[in-house]
Design a protein around this ligand. Sequence first.
Ligand code: PAF
Length: 286
Amino acid sequence: MRISTTSAEIRSQLKALRGHRSIAFVPTMGCLHAGHISLIEKARTLADIVIVSVYVNPLQFGANEDLDTYPRSFDADARACADANVDFLFHPATLYPEHGPNISLKTTKLSDCLCGAARAGHFDGVVTVVNILFNIVQPDIAVFGEKDWQQLAIIRCMVSDLHMPIEIVGGGIVREADGLAMSSRNRYLSDSERTRALAISRALTAMQQAARDGETDAEALKTRARNILQNAAVQPEYIDIRHAITLKEEQQLKHQPTRAFIAARVGKTRLIDNVAINTPLSCDGQ
Ligand code: PAF
């Protein structure tokens, strides 16, 4: 595995490969866990060369968010990447000019709901850095986790709107044995908070099951989830049921691909998770 820290370095390393080896890219902010490794493994099945980036992007953190304390563990990340047969690891010190970006991208749709509603500018920061990373790496395929479903939807939209010749692939959510979705932020949780946090996946599974059993009223499903969170003293930021692609809010579930989304604070830690919601009426098996 080759590690590079500047865009010039990674570009020159990739130059000889372009055109005759396909490249799959997994952008990350490091602190890699089994969820990231599953994205790397997926990338490995899709292309000849796998590149991972580790960069904590300041542009996607709000003023009161956890940029300074966001966990950083580059040595462990590098070992995990080597063990997962990553070919190139890109770890830039910064991707922006000294005094911040002169140019950035702005999301106009899909970002005014779910996490975007509470984290102003977050997705602008995400698409700006992903655009920069795509320009540097120029992958054929890029793999993003479905836990950040809204991010995945927005990146698909960016690639389509900006005519980027990159295939975006989603990687399924990896969960701990007890259902908690893997996240770099799980390490902030105390033991008792971690137990309470399980209410999030329980609430999503309850919505999923009720829909499978025939409940089509979104508000009734959300009420179930709200009660489960309340019983665990978990404060939801949102409980939403939305179209999987347009992210439009759904009131009645019919044949459309639909997902349930929760963001909640457990102690000081903000966690997100989502699941596919299929009713007996749904025509696809997402
Ligand atoms: O999902 C993440 O880890 C980040 O948002 C990403 C896509 C690497 C951009 O910084």
